[in-house]
Write a protein of this length. Sequence first.
Length: 438
Amino acid sequence: MRRIRAAAVGAVTLSLVLTAAACGGGTSGSEGSNEQPRTLTYWASNQGANIEVDKKVLQPELDKFEKETGIKVKLEVVPWSDLLNRILTATTSGQGPDVLNIGNTWSASLQSSGALLPWDAKNFEAIGGKDRFVESALGSTGAQGQDPAAVPLYSMAYALYYNKKMFADAGIQKPPATWAELVETGKKLSKNGKWALGAEGSNLSANIHQVFVLGKQHDADFFTPDGKADFTSDGAVAAVKQYVDLMAEHKIIAPGNAEYAQNQSLSDFAKDKTAMVLWQTASATFKTQGMNDDEWGVAPAPVQSGKPGPGAATNSMVAGINMAVFKNTKNIDGAKKFVKFMTSDEEQVVLNKAYGSIPPVKTAQQDPAFNTPALAVLRETLASSATALPQVPEESQFETVVGTAVKELFADAAAGRPVTTESVRAKLEKAQQQMPKK
C-alpha cells in the first residue's frame, strides 16, 4: 500500500461497531432497494500518494462504467484517518454510501454491525463466482462460518524496501534477512543525520501490523482461540518491546518518527534520509516521490531466524482492501454491477497496476504486469508467509487500544524515557482493560 492505514479513532467510537447491529443499517431486509437505479455513491480509500492521485486513477474507470451501464458513480476518496469513523457513523445512522472500500482487517468488525450486504453464493454468482478470488484474500473478508461481508479488491503484503544508494555508501552488500541482521545493519546506517529504518509511530494501524507479525514470531496471537483479548502474554509483550526497541534501545529509528502518521517515512526514504522501510506495495508511491525503480530494492520482511514461512516464521499480515455494499443502498442491482465491474479481470489489471498492488482475482494476477521482481517478493509472501489478522468483531478496537499503547511507547522512547518489559506490560494491561468483556 502506498500508505498505511491511519484508523485513529477512539475506543468509545469503535464500540459503536459492537452495538450497531441493534440499530441496524437502516434497513430491515436482507438487501436494499432499486429506488435510484441511475446513481451510486462510492467511498474509495486513499490508495495513492494523495487523494488527487486516486481521483486521476479512478475517475476514468468510473466514466467507463457509466458508459457501459448508464449508472453514474459519485466518487469520494476518504483519507484513512477518517474512513473507519465515517463508516461506523454510517452503520448506525443509515446515511452512508452505496459502495465503499474497507481495510480487510475491519471485515469481521463491520460484519458484526449487520449493516453490510452478506456475500452469499447468490451474490457471489452475480459477480462471476467466489472461486475467481485467491483463497488468502477471501480469508480476510469476515468471520469464519459466515458469508463474507466484503469482496477482495486489492491485495498487498509487507516487505523490506531498501535504498540502494544509502546501502552502497555504507558498504552494505545485501539487505538484512533477520531482525538481528537488521539491527546490525541499521547501526552502520544510522549516522550523520541519517537513519536506518522508518516507522509511522503515531499510525495506529501501522503499529498493529508490525506488532502482530512480531507476535506471531513470538508465538502470540493477541486473541485466544475463543476470541478473548490476550494482550499481556509474554509473547505479546516481547513483540511490542522488540518493535519499540528499534528506537528506544538500538536507536536505528529517528525519534521524530514517533510523530509520523501520514507516510512521512516514505518521503524520508525517497530523500535519502532513511535507508529502509517496512511497507506494503510501495513502488507507486516511490515513483510519485521522484524515485526511479533502480534506486530501491525489495526483500522479504525480517524473521527471527531462518527463512520466512508459516507460524513463527510469519513476516507479514495479509494486507489488502475489500469492497463492501451497504444493505440499505437504494440501488442494489447497480451496486452489484459496480462490484462486478471493479473486480473484473480488465479492471483488476488496470487498478492494481496503477497502485502497485496485486490482484486478488486469480486470472488477473497472471498478467505480465504483476511478474516484476518487486511484486514477486510480495506474491511469494502472500502465498507462503503471511497471516490474516484475527477476524473477530473486536479487531477494530484491538487496532485502536494496542495501536495507541505502541504509539505511547514510541513517544516515551523519543523523549528518552525508558521502555522496559514492565512498562510495556503495563500499557498492554491498560489496553486489554478497554476491550469488551466476554
